[in-house]
Design a binder for this molecule. Structure first.
Ligand SMILES: Cc1cc2nc3c(=O)[nH]c(=O)nc-3n(C[C@H](O)[C@H](O)[C@H](O)COP(=O)(O)O)c2cc1C
Length: 375
């Protein structure tokens, strides 16, 4: 198994990311040597606005952008910059966390041409999506549908690999299969053969959709079947899930998706658990209570909610703004009882002015509409 150490680490995609983003928050030295935490791509949910806010909290080593769909056209630069505005900031979120750009498509030539154009904008790597379950994408042979054709997987990755400069990492994200997981290892090997240097595995098939459980032990089979680093993903909602996932998959590095949207302190809490475990290994005491309270309290979340709203207003169309705040609060309800009340209060609001009024009433925004805590 590949391990992040010595020279291997010096050449890894991660070390290149971090070297370029100097303001990146330090990785806890107490974490297992190889442990990295990535923020998952989530189209329609985890865009640049939420990436910005969640990476302010800390604990995340890298983000992957939501997918950019490639059909048979060469996309304009503007399209890449719209979906990944971080490209205008050295490829990093404002708090300095590198963002890898994700492409989705099934035509090797188009994928290569678009990857070359994207690479010129300086992303921290290009990730290829082989897991999307959307009908419209699968009907055109893209996303998870490609998991039925390992040979095509290799051709897509190698075409992209050849099209982008050597210093730009090309990585892949896959599910365990389309209808079943019988070819999971074969698909991973096909991606490796094409030149993917790291693999994130969402531990479910397309047929499983998002239904629990995630089959973390199948990620272990993949990890043992390839020589590139494998990152486990799927159904990690708590620190306990993270530790169980690591145990079952054998992967130190994890990708967190909905769990981070529900609990923005989850990555920090996983790192704190790693630090506690390290303390035990060196003779300290283990705090038996594994993150019963969120690592970020509801009070600490208030300025982030305010910042999120202001970013929505700055970046999104007026008609989308209230919906995006409600969407996040709807996720937060799962971790914070207080979010239930907030969601209930805002549920029927569509006009941004009503949302602002509520945020001012809560003391999150000042009467002039700026962030209250910034004063
Ligand atoms: C709303 C939504 C949008 C998603 N969009 C993408 C995407 O653009 N690219 C991708 O590779 N995966 C996408 N995914 C899958 C997630 O990255 C992740 O693999 C999945 O949610 C499982 O992880 P989780 O249980 O931690 O959320 C999406 C998932 C959701 C729920």
């Amino acid at each position: 198994m590949f391990r992040w150490d010595g020279n291997a680490h010096a050449n890894s995609p991660q070390s290149r990311d971090n070297a370029a983003c100097t303001s990146h928050l330090p990785v806890s030295t107490d974490s297992p040597v190889s442990a990295r935490i990535y923020l998952a791509p989530m189209e329609g949910l985890l865009d640049a606005v939420l990436r910005d806010v969640l990476t302010r909290v800390g604990g995340v080593d890298r983000c992957v952008s939501e997918f950019i769909r490639v059909t048979h056209t060469l996309l304009p630069e503007q399209m890449f910059l719209r979906i990944i505005p971080e490209l205008a900031n050295g490829g990093c979120t404002p708090s300095g966390v590198p963002v890898r750009a994700q492409l989705l498509g099934s035509d090797p030539v188009s994928m290569a041409e678009n990857a070359a154009r994207l690479a010129a904008l300086g992303p921290h790597g290009i990730d290829l999506n082989f897991g999307c379950p959307a009908k419209v994408v699968n009907r055109h042979g893209g996303g998870a549908a490609l998991l039925d054709d390992p040979e095509l997987l290799t051709r897509i990755v190698s075409a992209v690999r050849r099209a982008v400069p050597d210093h730009v990492p090309v990585t892949a994200k896959m599910r365990l299969g389309f209808n079943d997981d019988s070819r999971a290892v074969e698909c991973a090997q096909a991606l490796e053969a094409g030149g993917a240097e790291e693999l994130v595995v969402h531990a479910r098939t397309k047929a499983d959709a998002y239904r629990p459980p995630a089959y973390w032990e199948r990620v272990n089979d993949i990890r043992l079947g390839v020589d590139i680093p494998v990152v486990a993903n799927g159904e990690i909602w708590t620190v306990e899930d993270a530790l169980l996932c690591r145990q079952a998959s054998g992967c130190d590095s994890l990708m967190l998706g909905r769990g981070m949207v529900v609990d923005p302190g989850l990555a920090l809490a996983v790192r704190a658990a790693d630090a506690r475990a390290a303390a035990v290994r060196t003779g300290g005491e283990l705090d038996a209570k594994l993150a019963a309270e969120p690592a970020v309290s509801w009070a600490d979340l208030q300025p982030l909610i305010g910042a999120f709203w202001l970013l929505c207003c700055a970046r999104l169309e007026r008609r989308q703004q209230a919906g995006r705040l409600k969407q996040w609060l709807n996720f937060l309800r799962r971790r914070y009882p207080q979010a239930e009340e907030a969601y209930g209060a805002l549920r029927t609001f569509h006009a941004p002015a009503l949302v602002v009024q509520w945020l001012v009433g809560q003391g999150i925004l000042a009467p002039d509409g700026t962030l209250a805590t910034a004063k």
